[in-house]
Design a protein around this ligand. Structure first.
Ligand code: ADP
Ligand code: MG
Length: 358
């Protein structure tokens, strides 16, 4: 599936219009000509010195991300359209983690002349697809050249009722720790892509073997933001006490909530939701599956705490797992392993994990 996509990108890149042929303004026009405005609160989008957004009595959320080629993404296996989609979605996820709805977005890019106009159109195809799916308006940005490589900065606004915003600092002793979806798949997807890249480097004639891995590849290459959880929890009549999205791995995010809220926690290994395929592939890569969930990152699920009295409302929901509870800070942050041992929860983080495996 992704092999075919890659070939399509290749053939588009062959139809190569140099950036210098267009100049900055024509390039901006070309990249943004398909932009549609979908939110009535967007009073002015692209085309003036600033976008204009109506706020009324709500709170405005604002989040931004900077992505550098070679540091945050690798174009050998990341098609540009997927990159655009992901760059947008990870920002939408930050808004979802505040219990808000993403509304507007700006995109700034710095590109070297290695990229053609058509390649940048692929990237924008990804931004536009994400905007369409999440009903977000692309309202501006900036375009610059870079000496080497591609840099992308995405900023997203979101809207929230002041009363409904959920911070990282509201968890209390006794609250239940919950997570949406399943964890670890995005990291396994990355390992598969890196494995195929190595094979390709040794023998460029080899086709990557990606069939059968659709789920984990999609989790890595085309993640989704859990903006649906806002309505789900509202429908249940549950207001989480704290919330965060899982970009760096479960362990690190739990520690953020504990630190922000001044509490400890007990996390139960056997409650952590991990897909069967992720378990099997982790074993193949000789990694403990739990480690993928704890330290892998990029799953973009939501981690939140709820009051104990909400246990029945939450436990009946498919796709939400109760994985632990909060305790006094003096008891620390603990992982209770499947065989009953209690160990300190540490944020190994992304880099430590990669080094361990390399
Ligand atoms: P300025 O000189 O005020 O920075 P620009 O010429 O850079 O204006 O931009 C003109 C318009 O196009 C503005 O509305 C800006 O937000 C928008 N824009 C510029 N670059 C991009 C981009 N890469 N993606 C989306 N919109 C852009
Ligand atoms: Mg500008």
């Amino acid at each position: 599936m992704y092999t075919r996509k890659n070939k399509k990108v290749q053939s588009d890149i062959q139809k190569r219009t140099e950036l210098a042929e267009l100049g900055e303004f024509a390039l901006i026009d070309r990249l943004t000509r398909k932009v549609k405005i979908r939110n009535p609160g967007t009073l002015k989008g692209i085309g003036d010195d600033a976008a204009v957004i109506e706020v009324k009595d709500k709170a405005l959320l604002l989040s931004t991300d900077l992505l550098i080629e070679g540091v945050h993404f690798d174009l050998t296996y990341m098609p540009l359209k997927h990159l655009g989609y992901k760059a947008a979605v990870v920002n939408f996820s930050d808004i979802a983690a505040m219990n808000g709805i993403p509304k507007q977005m700006t995109v700034s890019i710095a590109v070297s002349n290695r990229f053609s106009v058509e390649a940048l159109e692929e990237l924008y195809g990804g931004f536009l697809l994400a905007c369409e799916k999440y009903k977000v308006d692309l309202v501006g940005g900036d375009t610059s050249s870079s000496v080497k490589g591609l840099m992308i900065s995405v900023t997203v606004t979101g809207e929230a009722d002041k009363k409904e915003i959920i911070y990282r600092n509201g968890a209390k002793e006794g609250d239940l720790l919950c997570v949406t979806g399943d964890l670890g798949a995005a990291y396994i997807g990355l390992l598969i892509l890196e494995r195929e890249k190595e094979v390709y480097k040794e023998d460029p004639g080899m086709q990557p073997e990606l069939t059968g891995y659709e789920y984990v590849l999609q989790r890595q290459l085309k993640p989704e933001a859990r903006t649906d959880v806002y309505n789900l929890l509202k429908g249940l009549g549950v207001q989480p006490t704290s919330m965060i999205d899982i970009s760096d791995g479960l362990a690190s995010e739990i520690l953020h909530i504990c630190k922000g809220s001044g509490v400890g926690c007990k996390l139960y290994e056997d409650k952590i939701p991990i897909d069967t395929q992720v378990r099997n592939l982790a074993m193949e890569f000789k990694i403990v599956p739990t480690v993928c969930a704890l330290s892998g990152g990029e799953d973009y699920e939501l981690l939140f705490t709820v009051r104990q009295q909400d246990v029945e409302k939450i436990s009946s929901v498919m796709g939400i797992s109760i994985i632990g509870h909060m305790v006094p800070a003096s008891e620390g942050q603990k992982l209770i392993t499947s065989d009953g041992h209690e160990i300190d929860l540490t944020a190994q983080g992304w880099d430590a994990m990669r080094n361990r495996i390399a």
